[in-house]
Design a protein around this ligand. Sequence first.
Ligand SMILES: Nc1ncnc2c1ncn2[C@@H]1O[C@H](COP(=O)(O)OP(=O)(O)OP(=O)(O)O)[C@@H](O)[C@H]1O
Length: 289
Amino acid sequence: MLSVLTGGLEAARLAQPPIAARVPELAPESIHAPHSALALEGVSLSFGGIHALRDVSFDLRPGEIRAVIGPNGAGKSSLVNVISGLYQADAGYIHLGGRRLRHLRPEALPKLGVARTFQNLALFPGLTVEQNVAAGLVFRRRHGLLAQLAGLPGARAEAAEVADRVRDVAGFLGITAHLHRLVSTLPYGLQKQVELARALVASPKVLLLDEPMAGMTATEKAEMAAHVRSARDRLGLATILIEHDIGVVMGLSDRIAVLDHGVKIADGTPPEVRRDPDVIRAYLGAEAA
Ligand SMILES: Nc1ncnc2c1ncn2[C@@H]1O[C@H](COP(=O)(O)OP(=O)(O)OP(=O)(O)O)[C@@H](O)[C@H]1O
């Protein structure tokens, strides 16, 4: 199953034109951070008098899990929202696909190989698991609903491709048995896995996970952590992980950036961050060191 999935991922990537060709509206200002999957350069963002992000620079290497931690209101969600185009930074640049950009449009993200999940469940409760996961491929479909209803050959072939792809991802995450159930009938932990499946179905290179384990039991967290690790190890995904459970973060991350009042106060491996005096003072507390 995995070879089918990774083969499918590779084929899907190869089938797409180069990023520069797909996103003509992004001016080729200059090429930076060529070894990063994604990077921020001096990003600042304010809401009135509140500085959500102050001159934050940050890089994500291909195939790494990069946590962003910090106290409530530190700027973690703002950082993900700038990357995903929901917020427009007041200053700074985003480096993605070898380009240096002032702003990303949310609808351009899937084509740039970036997928995200949200802090709160964002599924279609009246649809099945299969339909919810397939929604992650909507941007790539060439045939509309009418063509599908009319049973046009191209639309049928496309629907079969989508169904195959959904089954591959469901197999990867171990949720195949639930594909035909209404998503709202599943336990919370499984619904979060469906969200992950929807993010993975489009073969992204970069995954943004905003508190994927919030509200989960310890068992559900362990399962989700295993999936995030597999996505790195078996699919080569680069992941930004926002998470409050420090045990999960320390066990799962390759590197950790720490925000406090919108400022990046530390950046390093889990052991480096754990013993950083600024991080202990601002976030971890003395007992965690
Ligand atoms: N849309 C907004 N309008 C006004 N202020 C905002 C908005 N989004 C974020 N902020 C403010 O920006 C600061 C950073 O918020 P952000 O949500 O990024 O922090 P966070 O680290 O994700 O917090 P939490 O851990 O509580 O989710 C906070 O002071 C917050 O109140």
